[in-house]
Design a protein around this ligand. Sequence first.
Ligand SMILES: *[C@@H]1O[C@H](CO)[C@@H](O)[C@H](O)[C@H]1NC(C)=O
Ligand SMILES: *[C@@H]1O[C@H](CO)[C@@H](O)[C@H](O)[C@H]1NC(C)=O
Ligand SMILES: *[C@@H]1O[C@H](CO)[C@@H](O)[C@H](O)[C@H]1NC(C)=O
Length: 220
Amino acid sequence: MRFLVVLACFLAASLAEEEHISHPKPQPCSSSSLQSGGLTVSTQNEKLWTYAKFIYDGPGQQMRLWESGTYQNKSFSIDVLLKYKQGVMYLIDDKNKTCIKQDLKSPFHPMEVPKDAFLLAQAVIGSSSGPNQGLLVNTWQGDLPDKSGRYMTTFTAFGCIPINTSYQTKEFGWVVVNFFNNVIGTPDPNQFIPPDYCPTAEAKGGAEKAGDFLSMLQML
Ligand SMILES: *[C@@H]1O[C@H](CO)[C@@H](O)[C@H](O)[C@H]1NC(C)=O
Ligand SMILES: *[C@@H]1O[C@H](CO)[C@@H](O)[C@H](O)[C@H]1NC(C)=O
Ligand SMILES: *[C@@H]1O[C@H](CO)[C@@H](O)[C@H](O)[C@H]1NC(C)=O
């Protein structure tokens, strides 16, 4: 999840005028620090499509994904543990009890609406005609920190639960992440601990040919 920083707020004033007077102005928010659920990732150039179950730990800066999908028309499935504080990732094969440890260079992106994002729109997904027929969401926009492009992200207005996020990349064009079945908390904190068959020493290599794909994962 690339929830990133930086933005001029010159549009904020004009947006404010369009706000409904009866609603307080939505504020950027942080999602729950422990979460689990499902997500899909797809890319504009159709190189990558994946479906994943995830667990997320904001304070611990770690995430684990059980993904399957297609990358350059080849199907794959992968179990990956991303530990940003330690700067390592583990590619885990639980069936074969093998594990590859790799450097993880990208910074951690918490599940949040960056403080300097600006509000594009508030909307109801579904219907507002009856109770429980719709979901009130806020869509935010901003520039990526390195100014290489933009991001857009939608969170629920209540609870600050991520709905989707999209951002521009050189390699893939627009990358779109959709979230579903989010639950507060993680079912098993042990899943953040690498299995005992994972190497403990610095270990690289073995997965170089998946470089693009790995860099993709690192942006999540
Ligand atoms: C994937 O398959 C489609 C249809 O066969 C083809 O047009 C496309 O070039 C392929 N993409 C890659 C990255 O191989
Ligand atoms: C796991 O082991 C089986 C049997 O040796 C092999 O065919 C398969 O490719 C291995 N899987 C991975 C992901 O290496
Ligand atoms: C994200 O969700 C909002 C609200 O449903 C929708 O308007 C927007 O098109 C979605 N964005 C993407 C990239 O799917």
